[in-house]
Design a protein around this ligand. Structure first.
Ligand SMILES: C[S@@+](CC[C@H](N)C(=O)[O-])C[C@H]1O[C@@H](n2cnc3c(N)ncnc32)[C@H](O)[C@@H]1O
Length: 218
């Protein structure tokens, strides 16, 4: 059992629900940030405050952890270096107010309402807030296939279609035709990882690719 699973299953915290395999993904991408004094994290979706408690125990007392929820009762989970802001992740003006207040985060997790409008607006507005070396992680992307959330298999406008477009953009250094349309994404994204129900973007300043050769012989 990983330490994050130990916190989730065995240590005291408020109610928190996750898909079991998420812990493997969290450990793979988030362990590097543990116990760093300057670590800053934003999680969309506070619900009953359980994940804020879990992240606090995982990342340590110095971490700045900001939760966002549309439900004003979530303000009650604020305390110490855990802050809560109330607003809708679909409201681009509200998302920009987060940028104005906090400027940057190392990790942004979207575990909010999971509709297409919410996931797309949140990624489009907040990806720029992730520091180089940081992570943007969208959860429950299976809603891209569920009509009540605005999803549908390969339907335009879903979060998964956006993520697939970003896969093309990741190769932007090598695509002459549309490169100008791509914007800065391929220059500041090291990789995109897809898992069941999750997409993870790794932010990094990416230099132009350089072919290298080594070895002896003719
Ligand atoms: C899955 S729960 C979050 C669970 C929490 N992260 C945890 O693991 O304990 C989703 C939350 O998103 C919130 N939510 C729904 N629509 C939202 C919106 N438009 N903007 C912000 N939060 C929203 C809900 O109020 C709910 O608390």
């Amino acid at each position: 059992m990983s330490e994050l699973q130990d916190i989730f299953y065995n240590r005291p915290h408020k109610v928190c629900q996750k898909w079991e395999h998420y812990f493997r993904v969290y450990e793979r991408f988030l362990a590097r940030f543990r116990n760093r004094d300057d670590f800053r994290m934003l999680e969309i979706g506070v619900s009953q405050g359980g994940s804020l408690d879990m992240w606090r125990q995982y990342f340590g007392p110095a971490a700045l952890i900001v939760g966002v929820d549309i439900d004003p009762r979530c303000k009650g989970y604020e305390g110490g270096r855990t802050l809560v802001r109330i607003g809708s992740q679909e409201d681009r003006g509200f998302l920009r107010s987060l940028l104005a207040e906090f400027q940057t985060f190392d990790v942004i997790i979207d575990d909010g309402g999971h509709t297409m409008a919410q996931q797309v607006a949140t990624f489009e507005e907040l990806y720029g807030m992730v520091r180089p070396g940081g992570i943007f992680l969208t959860e429950d992307v299976h809603t891209s296939y569920h009509e009540p959330f605005g999803g549908g298999y390969r339907r335009d406008g879903t979060f998964m279609e956006l993520a697939k477009q970003k896969l093309d953009e990741l190769n932007g250094f090598h695509i002459d035709l549309h490169r100008d349309r791509f914007g800065p994404f391929f220059r500041n994204t090291f990789g995109i990882s897809f898992f069941d129900s999750m997409v993870v973007f790794e932010k990094e300043v990416v230099p132009s690719p350089r072919g290298v050769q080594a070895g002896q012989g003719a």
